[in-house]
Design a protein around this ligand. Structure first.
Ligand code: OGA
Ligand code: NI
Length: 313
């Protein structure tokens, strides 16, 4: 038995881009049109905040399952999601990952308020809330900057992707991957091959490694951790918004390190009622109709998670 195979990193498939570089937009456009993946350096999120999030993430996932389940995922996809909760393709093995999902921290109650679902904070780790809230705000700010640069790169108005972002439906997810021994075989994943649903994903990974991205030839490329960088990737909604000019590329995690792996993702999206209509070049036909951001994301979550019953919010 062994692991799913992947090649060493390929810098042309996943370039490292400096967010302060003068040619930022052009470099991002090249990456978006190829694989939709790039590393971003000098994003401006304080390393001390990132380190705090990872320290708290270790404490959260180290807690007993009963404690974590006090913050079990609610009907709006906020809270703790235990291993094996994603819907699998027939015969596929359940993913090994555990995660905790949160979003904009505006509602004090137990119902959504103007499109923003209630978060599901764990009582046993009160420090998590302020740290994840600060991290969420910092990553969203980076996301808006990148979306402005992307708009410029295709000659669209700078705010085309960020017109309505005062109450974003972005989601954060801290994720834990247990080590997977080779005896689990090549069909076992920490997270199975998938594309992300939203506009942009900002992923910070620890030094363990395990993220793999599908290259243009269909083979898998390892996106090794590069300290101080985020892995940024285009999600399905931004691919749709750009009429498939930008690529939303499958990726997966195989934790072959023998160690525990942690990552933190922020999936950046605008307000719930934002109308997403393909931005096209003159004379180009739109491949997709108009959809609201919330309808699109909700539809994807319903299809992906077993806990979500039909008719749920
Ligand atoms: C995801 C994802 C990769 C990772 O959560 O969508 O692809 O390294 N995560 O955790
Ligand atoms: Ni992903």
């Amino acid at each position: 038995m062994s692991y799913a195979e992947a090649r060493a990193i390929d810098a042309s498939a996943i370039p490292v881009i400096d967010m302060q570089a003068p040619d930022l937009s052009a470099a991002m456009l090249g990456a978006a049109e190829r694989t939709g993946f790039f590393y971003i350096r000098n994003a401006g999120v304080p390393q001390a905040l990132i380190d705090e999030v990872f320290a708290l993430s270790r404490r959260f996932f180290a807690a007993p399952l009963e404690a974590k389940r006090q913050a079990a995922v609610n009907p709006w996809h906020r809270g703790f999601i235990r291993a094996g909760e994603a819907k699998m393709a027939d015969g596929a093995r359940p993913d090994l990952k555990e995660s905790f999902v949160w979003g904009l921290d505006t509602t004090a109650g137990s119902q959504p308020e103007r499109g923003i679902p209630p978060n599901q904070w764990p009582a046993f780790l009160p420090e998590l809330r302020p740290a994840l809230t600060a991290y969420f705000d910092a990553c969203n700010a980076v996301g808006w900057s990148l979306l402005r640069a992307f708009a410029g790169s295709i000659g669209a108005p700078a705010d085309v992707f960020v017109r309505t972002i005062d109450r974003p439906i972005s989601r954060g997810s801290i994720i834990y991957y247990p080590p997977q021994p080779p005896t689990m075989g090549a069909e076992q994943f920490g997270v199975s091959p998938h594309t992300d649903y939203g506009c942009l994903t900002l992923l910070y990974q620890d030094g363990v490694g395990g993220l793999q991205v599908q290259g243009p030839d269909g083979g898998w490329v390892t996106a090794h951790p590069i300290p101080g960088t985020f892995v940024v990737n285009v999600g399905d909604l931004l691919a749709r918004w750009t009429n498939d000019r930008f690529k939303s590329t499958p990726h997966r995690v195989v934790n072959a390190s023998g160690r525990e792996r942690y990552s933190a993702a922020v999936f950046v999206d605008p307000n719930e009622d934002t109308e997403i209509e393909p931005v096209v070049a003159p004379g180009e036909a739109a491949k997709y109709g108009r959809v609201t951001a919330s309808a699109y994301i909700k539809g994807r979550l319903d299809a992906a998670f077993a806990y979500r019953q039909p008719g749920r919010p």
